[in-house]
Design a protein around this ligand. Structure first.
Ligand SMILES: [Ca+2]
Ligand SMILES: [Ca+2]
Length: 572
């Protein structure tokens, strides 16, 4: 039997001498809750004003925000902004820091709000009868037990082709049911589901809201318009029981049911570096990742464009900025929302992989930015299968040793005046020549024999620049670089940032191919493309500043290891 703090509190209110009348087992549990609460309060100082005995018991509806409560409006009603579980209703759901030393109690099924309707980010689901509804740690909703959905708003119809809902994301269809305007033949109306419909445990209803009129501007690149006509996506997950308050949502991939807990995040691994001059606000990147990044159709044709990047290069940029923000010395409670949202994205992507998704392969800039979140989630949750993820990723397919080029044992150095041993893998990677002539590696050859400049163009416009922050963050966060397990990527980023273009080499390329390389596409920086796309915020140089400040900084040892030598110093 699960006994929550709140349930015990309610028992206590009915009894005059509660401790004496409780069974011994419950009394022990009760005391330990009191002790842990006192410990908690001693650490919190005056952050909360706690004035009554009731407050110390964590009673929802007593008008005091108790431990593990997000709000308390003095009642147990739902629909007034603060739920009967004392969690916030609506879209401003706070991400709380939960730890394994002091985990939150698991709510009982009957403690979950009983609702007939949920609205999230502009999408409303209505049920045939009241159902028990909970929220995952990131604020996404679940229904405990089977339910019938009788209405979805905005309303998807078979004829309007908008606001589509689908049941689970099928990993390898490369089709989408969200909006009939999705281009390149990727729209598949047979994937759409319509109310009334059942949602059963283990399944997820992924509901979209379409962009009205024309498509939206791109995330981090407002001068461009997103390819996707989809605006936003909300996910309703079916589960069979009440979930822990710190549960991540299982991946939206069809078949994924694994649930991770935020209490297990190894937050101590995140460095606490001093900020550089131009640090973007955490809120910008929280805003991008707060809602689900549904990321299974290649070329980003159906992404929720209000908040998700529309091109792999920008996926890489968003990941670079976000991951480096998490290496700075913000207080943990400020870092936690972005940490939780990024981990959720990694869980979502890994769910696709585990269900057979082949990855995000090299194709110009399209394949970037997906390995980082998976490996990051694996490192933070200490989940081996995520840490060692092995499918196609742009970063890895497009960075190779010269010695990997064909014919075998022929080339060891690049063509440059100062030869390189690590090179760009080409438009679609090392096997690119078998896909199309000129789509594979080329830097082992002199420009005079290049078949085209496609690879060199995309090397400079759309790939290398978005990898700089990812590579730096992976160097700074312990275990990340090892887990990534593709040293060519890190060496290639070093080359991009540390070897400026030799004017003689630029002239050789121009003479041989006619390609004139714009100053925005030069090696040694990562920010000019962003600026050219309209990302004119003062913090567009954040990644470059972080590189300059911390490229040569070894990752700090995990606290556990650091602690080991302190007693030695003191004792000897
Ligand atoms: Ca309360
Ligand atoms: Ca209420």
């Amino acid at each position: 039997m699960r006994v929550s703090i709140r349930r015990m509190a309610m028992n206590e209110e009915k009894l005059n001498s509660p401790m004496r009348q409780m069974p011994p087992k419950l009394r022990k549990a009760f005391r330990s809750k009191i002790v842990s609460l006192l410990l908690f309060l001693s650490g919190m100082g005056s952050a909360f004003s706690i004035s009554s005995t009731e407050a110390a018991l964590g009673t929802c509806g007593n008008g005091v925000v108790d431990k593990f409560e997000q709000c308390d409006d003095g009642n147990l009603n739902n629909g007034d902004g603060c739920s009967s579980l004392c969690q916030m209703e609506g879209d401003d759901f706070p991400v709380m820091v939960y730890t394994a030393n002091d985990p939150p109690p698991t709510p009982a099924l009957e403690e979950l709000p009983l609702l007939t309707k949920i609205t999230q980010h502009g999408i409303t689901w209505t049920f045939a009868s009241p159902v028990r509804v909970g929220r995952f740690v990131n604020g996404d909703y679940y229904v405990a037990g089977e339910c019938t959905i009788v209405d979805i708003q905005p309303f998807p119809t078979k004829t309007n082709g908008r606001h589509g809902s689908v049941l689970n994301i099928q990993p390898n269809t490369q089709r989408s049911g969200f909006d009939s305007r999705i281009q390149a033949g990727r729209y598949d109306p047979s994937l759409r589901v319509y109310p009334p419909m059942k949602l059963t445990p283990g399944n997820k209803l992924i509901s979209s809201r379409s962009a009205e009129g024309s498509n939206l501007p791109c995330v981090m690149r407002p001068n461009d318009t997103s390819e996707s006509p989809v605006a936003s996506i909300s996910i309703l997950t079916g589960v069979d029981a009440a979930q822990d308050l710190d549960a991540f949502r299982p991946s939206y991939a069809q078949g994924s049911t694994e649930i991770y807990l935020s209490r297990n995040l190894r937050r101590q691994l995140l460095p606490k570096l001093a900020p550089v001059q131009n640090v973007p606000p955490l809120s910008e990147f929280e805003g991008y990742f707060k809602r689900p990044w549904v990321d299974s159709v290649f070329f980003n044709f159906d992404v929720p464009a209000e908040y998700m990047a529309s091109y792999g290069r920008e996926n890489g940029y968003v990941m670079s900025f976000s991951s480096l923000l998490l290496t700075l010395n913000f207080p943990q409670e400020e870092k936690d929302p972005l940490l939780v949202y990024l981990t959720q994205y990694g869980i979502d992507l890994y769910g696709l992989v585990e269900q057979g998704h082949t990855g995000w392969q090299a194709h110009g800039g399209h394949g970037s930015g997906r390995k980082f979140p998976i490996v990051f989630a694996g490192v933070m949750l200490n989940e081996g299968k995520m840490k060692s993820v092995r499918v196609n990723f742009g970063e890895d397919m497009q960075t190779i040793w010269v010695s990997e080029t064909l014919p075998a044992a022929t080339y060891t150095r690049s063509w440059h005046t100062q030869p390189e041993t690590v090179v760009y893998g080409g438009h679609v990677g090392i096997n690119g020549e078998s896909v199309n002539p000129g789509w594979g590696p080329y830097e082992h050859l002199a420009p005079s024999v290049w078949k085209n400049t496609l690879g060199e163009s995309y090397r400079r416009c759309c790939t290398s620049v978005s990898w700089v922050g990812e590579a730096l963050a992976a160097r700074l966060i312990p275990e990340m670089q090892e887990a990534w397990n593709h040293p060519q990527f890190f060496e290639y980023v070093n080359r991009w940032m540390l070897s400026p273009d030799d004017p003689q080499d630029l002239e050789t390329v121009r003479t041989a191919t006619g390609m004139v390389i714009d100053v925005d596409f030069m090696q040694g920086q990562s920010w000019k493309i962003l600026s050219g796309g309209g990302y004119h915020k003062p913090h567009r140089t954040f990644v470059d500043e972080m590189w300059a400040a911390y490229r040569n900084t070894p990752p700090p040892p995990p606290p556990g290891k650091a602690m080991l030598w302190i007693p030695l110093l003191l004792g000897e």
